[in-house]
Design a protein around this ligand. Structure first.
Ligand SMILES: *[C@@H]1O[C@H](CO)[C@@H](O)[C@H](O)[C@H]1NC(C)=O
Ligand SMILES: *[C@@H]1O[C@H](CO)[C@@H](O)[C@H](O)[C@H]1NC(C)=O
Ligand SMILES: *[C@@H]1O[C@H](CO)[C@@H](O)[C@H](O)[C@H]1NC(C)=O
Ligand SMILES: *[C@@H]1O[C@H](CO)[C@@H](O)[C@H](O)[C@H]1NC(C)=O
Ligand SMILES: *[C@@H]1O[C@H](CO)[C@@H](O)[C@H](O)[C@H]1NC(C)=O
Ligand SMILES: *[C@@H]1O[C@H](CO)[C@@H](O)[C@H](O)[C@H]1NC(C)=O
Ligand SMILES: *[C@@H]1O[C@H](CO)[C@@H](O)[C@H](O)[C@H]1NC(C)=O
Ligand SMILES: *[C@@H]1O[C@H](CO)[C@@H](O)[C@H](O)[C@H]1NC(C)=O
Ligand SMILES: *[C@@H]1O[C@H](CO)[C@@H](O)[C@H](O)[C@H]1NC(C)=O
Length: 770
């Protein structure tokens, strides 16, 4: 292993290694020493200013059009030189690579001790720059409920990042999607803490896999600790909920991901119980470091330390830097100036701060050594070309798009027989763009990437048979003149396909002014923006069989009018193959298998609306008067915490019969759950077998009416069946009370089925711990 590494060094004379200072024999330059030893050795050689420099970096190397500003770059890196980000997302990876390499080599050269940058970027469903594979957004991938397939996606994403030279990503997002008005729901896996934990752990494990030399391929950042019911759905707003809520609903994905040792964690913007997280010593020290035992690096969110002045918990830049440092922050993300941590150079020179800075820098350096930043050669254009958008990555991407679309309603119109001459009217402002999400650096108006639904339908049914009318704008409410044309084209067609939704694209995208979804865009109204509903109502009034396709990283309120549609699909932010995957499903080449990762509310105000509500949440005002008052507190029309389109729900073209669970318990309290799943329909298909539980004996806090504890996606041919066995220790069926995990003895119900809806599950009871 060591020999291989030395060989790699010898071959790289033209790159980094030749430029290292001639500190012969220094432990930190010796790849055979451990990351810890090397970091310790280097730390001893560093000046105070050099240490502070590692606690920040250059976030935006290049502006749009590859523009580079030497003056501002040098100003920033004089004080912040730990990390490097690439800047504008729509720059092409192949153009940025040689520039990033140049500035990385220069930094290593010009730093006294030869300390390289580590490149850090967001990488949610694509590399940060244009030119990579654009996978579906996180919420879409959550809809797949397919953890092994997600592992394939993350492997591809990891390899594309490494080819670009990115060795540290600001993902995965472990936020639990509790607040549907939040703009960043599309960045989350879903509303259930267990499923978020399973996806997040897969991301960390796969990204941080070690290469043959023992280097961690790409370091990960779990985020945003901690973030849940943000006030009004507003991104940086304060968060509701006490510690039993935080521990039971928001912390479980972190506990799960920590088993995979994520190298860093990002603190949320949220104020928790009136203390902004960036100065929340209790949450960061007592809870994160203490109760949860987290050992990795703690970083700020972009500009969060500066915002301590907005919260007015600090009164100057140096004060905010010191307070954040003392709370536990170790790295500052500052995409724009001023940055706060450089002020530590003057104000932080006292023994307590020096100790904290040393700890922070040690952690930074350990990440750099562990990922091979001092040893590996810089990435090459050849390898970038070979890796980005390789045939296999594109195939994995198609597979993921196909599994992440959810069929919400099918009145029999789907699948559509691909008969010669079928005339299709394609309508709506989302039918001819790609709504790829704000972390997919492509241009939603650029048809060279992927196919829009319109383009995909044309290649399936023939150009002459498929006509497109946009009808209305995404957001504009001043012009409904296009609706007439849309209705006229629909009236002449055999089938109307109308794609509506909420736009989430990068800030560089030509359509960004139409954005209503994604970071910086909370949606108080969960209906369709602009005049889209008016367009849909008019088309449905025309009486043509109509398929509605939803687009956006959010749930939508489906009005009674919308529910008249013959079929409804939700494509979320399905990536560059959304159009092709939708057509695969529409014609029945692919049987839909996605499940809702978030519950669809029945009204914008009837939120939060998670499946795992507490028993009192649904009793309603007059509930105790019994059936004489069959109304809920959410007043007419009758609304409920159990809406028809709930977490875990999604239809297939086939039907599955999932038997009642058969339970057995071993002596040490491990419950074995066995169900038989039979494909009773005409099509091969995939089903997500979901296991929920509820404690029926009394508990010391109010517990949810049910909670997901296992799921597995399986594939079955018609008439084929499979016995699925789940193993769950009683010790997992507990809850946190006052920071302590508590497991009660008693009666538990185990539910197994195809969704979280009562009508889709069967149950059995088991007595445990007695
Ligand atoms: C480059 O950065 C400097 C320092 O921030 C600024 O004064 C100058 O206007 C910038 N130049 C351009 C062309 O943006
Ligand atoms: C780094 O330093 C070496 C030797 O001093 C020099 O040959 C090389 O051009 C420098 N590279 C950069 C990118 O500055
Ligand atoms: C920090 O304090 C030490 C001792 O108090 C002093 O020697 C050193 O010069 C100071 N460094 C800076 C950068 O102020
Ligand atoms: C994509 O899915 C198909 C169908 O399930 C499968 O045969 C193929 O192997 C998958 N491709 C990859 C790269 O895993
Ligand atoms: C996006 O694509 C459109 C259509 O091709 C083009 O007009 C526009 O310049 C592109 N924008 C960027 C930032 O590349
Ligand atoms: C979008 O992706 C395609 C395919 O890689 C590429 O040709 C096009 O230039 C990209 N557009 C932008 C604006 O990056
Ligand atoms: C929608 O339809 C349901 C069932 O027919 C009815 O109970 C409800 O009141 C309707 N909602 C509205 C807003 O009209
Ligand atoms: C579904 O399974 C149950 C018991 O597991 C059985 O009684 C029932 O007949 C099955 N239905 C079909 C359509 O196979
Ligand atoms: C367990 O709880 C269920 C649901 O309340 C109840 O029907 C069942 O009788 C209980 N079993 C025992 C043994 O108490």
């Amino acid at each position: 292993m060591i020999i291989v590494k030395i060989l790699a060094l010898a071959l790289s004379t033209s790159c980094l290694v030749a430029t290292l200072p001639s500190s012969n024999g220094a432990i930190y330059l010796d790849p055979s020493s451990s990351a810890k030893e090397r970091a310790e050795d280097l730390l001893k050689r560093m000046t105070w200013e050099e240490k502070i420099g590692q606690m920040g970096g250059v976030r935006r190397l290049l502006s749009a059009g590859l523009a580079f500003n030497r003056t501002s770059y040098d100003q920033v890196r004089a004080l912040q030189n730990g990390i490097l980000g690439y800047g504008a997302q729509l720059n092409q990876a192949r153009d940025v690579l040689p520039l990033a390499n140049k500035y990385r080599a220069e930094q290593m050269n010009s730093s006294r001790l030869g300390i390289p940058y580590i490149t850090v970027t967001d990488s949610v469903n694509s590399i940060y720059l244009a030119g990579g594979t654009m996978f579906p957004a996180t919420l879409s991938m959550g809809s797949s409920f397919n953890i092994p397939l997600y592992g394939q996606v993350v492997t591809a994403l990891r390899d594309e990042n490494m080819a670009l030279g990115t060795h540290w990503v600001l993902s995965p997002c472990l936020d639990v999607a509790k607040e549907p008005r939040g703009g960043r729901v599309g960045e989350m896996y879903g509303e259930d803490p267990y499923m978020v934990g399973e996806f997040g752990a897969q991301y960390v494990r796969t990204m941080q896999q070690r290469d043959s030399n023992g280097y961690i391929k790409v370091a990960t950042t779990v985020k945003h600790f901690v973030y849940g019911l943000n006030s009004g759905g507003v991104n940086m707003a304060s968060m509701f909920g006490g510690m039993n809520h935080v521990f039971n609903d928001l912390v479980p994905p972190y506990i799960r991901a920590f088993q995979e040792d994520p190298m860093s964690i990002m603190v949320s913007y949220a104020t928790v119980d009136r203390v902004p997280m960036s100065v929340n010593k209790y949450m960061l020290q007592d809870i994160l470091r203490g109760s949860l035992g987290y050992k990795g690096l703690i970083m700020s969110d972009a500009l969060a330390i500066l915002y301590l002045l907005t919260s007015m918990v600090a009164d100057s830049y140096p004060d905010s830097a010191l307070k954040a440092l003392h709370a536990g922050l170790q790295l500052e993300l500052s995409p724009s100036q001023p940055a706060m941590f450089p002020y530590l150079a003057q104000s932080g020179n006292n023994s307590a701060a020096v100790k904290l800075v040393d700890t922070a820098v040690r952690q930074m350096l350990e990440i750099k050594f562990a990922t091979g930043m001092f040893d590996l050669v810089l990435p090459t254009q050849e390898n970038l070309k070979k890796t980005l958008r390789s045939a296999i990555h594109l195939e994995i991407n198609r597979n993921m798009s196909r599994e992440s679309i959810v069929l919400l309603k099918n009145g029999g119109v789907l699948p559509v027989a691909s008969k010669a001459g079928t005339k299709i009217a394609v309508l709506g402002p989302f039918a001819n763009i790609i709504n790829a999400g704000s972390y997919a650096p492509n241009n939603s108006s650029d048809s060279s990437r992927g196919n829009s639904l319109f383009a995909s339908l044309r290649s399936e049914f023939g150009t002459d048979n498929v006509r497109y009318v946009q009808g209305v704008d995404i957001t504009d409410t001043s012009d409904n003149s296009g609706i007439k044309d849309a209705v006229a084209v629909a009236a002449e067609a055999d089938l109307a396909v109308i794609m509506l939704g909420s736009l989430s694209v990068t800030l560089d995208d030509p359509l960004w002014r139409r954005r209503t979804d994604g970071e910086f865009f909370a949606h108080a109204d969960l209906g369709f923006p602009g005049l889209q509903q008016q367009l849909l109502d008019a088309v449905l009034d025309a009486g043509v069989p109509t398929i509605v396709v939803l687009s956006g990283g959010q749930s939508f309120v489906l009005t009674n009018s919308t529910l008249r549609s013959n079929a409804i699909l939700h494509s979320f932010l399905g990536g560059e193959y959304t159009g092709d995957a939708l057509v695969d499903i529409i014609v029945g080449r692919v049987n839909p298998s996605g499940k809702l990762p978030i519950t669809m509310p029945q009204a914008s105000g009837a939120v939060p609306i998670n499946y795992d509500y507490l028993p009192m949440d649904n009793l309603g005002g007059p509930g105790h008067f019994g059936s004489n008052f069959p109304i809920s507190d959410w007043q007419l029309p009758i609304l409920t915490r159990d809406p028809p389109m709930k977490f875990g729900f999604g239809l297939s073209y086939t039907t599955f019969n999932i038997s009642a669970p058969i339970l057995s318990v071993t002596g040490d309290g491990i419950v074995q759950i066995s169900v038989d799943v039979l494909n009773t329909g005409k099509y091969a298909g995939k089903e997500v077998v979901q296991v929920y539980f509820r404690q029926q004996s009394s508990s010391s806090i109010e517990l949810p009416v049910k909670r997901l504890i296992r799921f597995l996606k399986i594939q079955l041919d018609p008439s084929q069946h499979e016995t699925v066995v789940f193993t769950i220790p009683h010790s997992e069926m507990g809850y946190f009370k006052d920071n302590k995990w508590t497991v009660d003895a008693g009666n538990f119900t185990i539910y197994v089925g195809s969704s979280s809806r009562d009508e889709d599950m069967k149950s059995a009871n088991v007595i445990l711990g007695m």
